[in-house]
Write a protein that binds this ligand. Structure first.
Ligand SMILES: [Cu+2]
Length: 133
């Protein structure tokens, strides 16, 4: 009786381990898209504040092979952040954060600029450099 109970116990543990392994394997498979190569890059967040007529950072360095997440706020009127080559264009209104994300998979240097032309007379001055390296 005692031996039988131990046998049952060991059997249960083995079954539980197999089930856990199977769930783990299936679970990983379910996350599959990231195995395809184009999938989930690690995120790199940048926090920008715009005001008339500048950004708080004029040169931003970000790491290649990352998903860049830009958080834009404004200290006064609505301002934008755009990088035309990367297809990014967001506008932050006062009191509201605008967020955009884009993948950078090769090194390069880009100009970012305000994309809200009605932010004021100094709008054309609102540019900066985004360096992917
Ligand atoms: Cu502007």
């Amino acid at each position: 009786m005692q031996a039988k109970q131990i046998g049952l116990l060991i059997g249960s543990v083995v079954v539980a381990a197999l089930v856990a392994y199977a769930i783990g394997t299936v679970g990983l498979g379910g996350d599959g898209p990231q195995d395809g190569g184009g999938g989930n890059l690690p995120e790199y967040h940048i926090y920008l504040q715009a005001r008339q007529f500048a950004f708080n950072q004029t040169s931003i360095q970000v790491p290649v092979d990352h998903r860049i997440v830009v958080h834009l706020t404004t200290a006064d009127v609505a301002h934008g952040f755009g990088v035309s080559e990367l297809g990014v264009d967001i506008v932050a209104s006062p009191g509201q954060e605008a967020v955009a994300s884009f993948d950078v998979t090769s090194p390069g240097t880009y100009t970012f600029r305000c994309t809200e032309p009605y932010c004021g007379s100094g709008h054309p001055l609102m540019t900066g450099t985004l360096i992917v390296s």
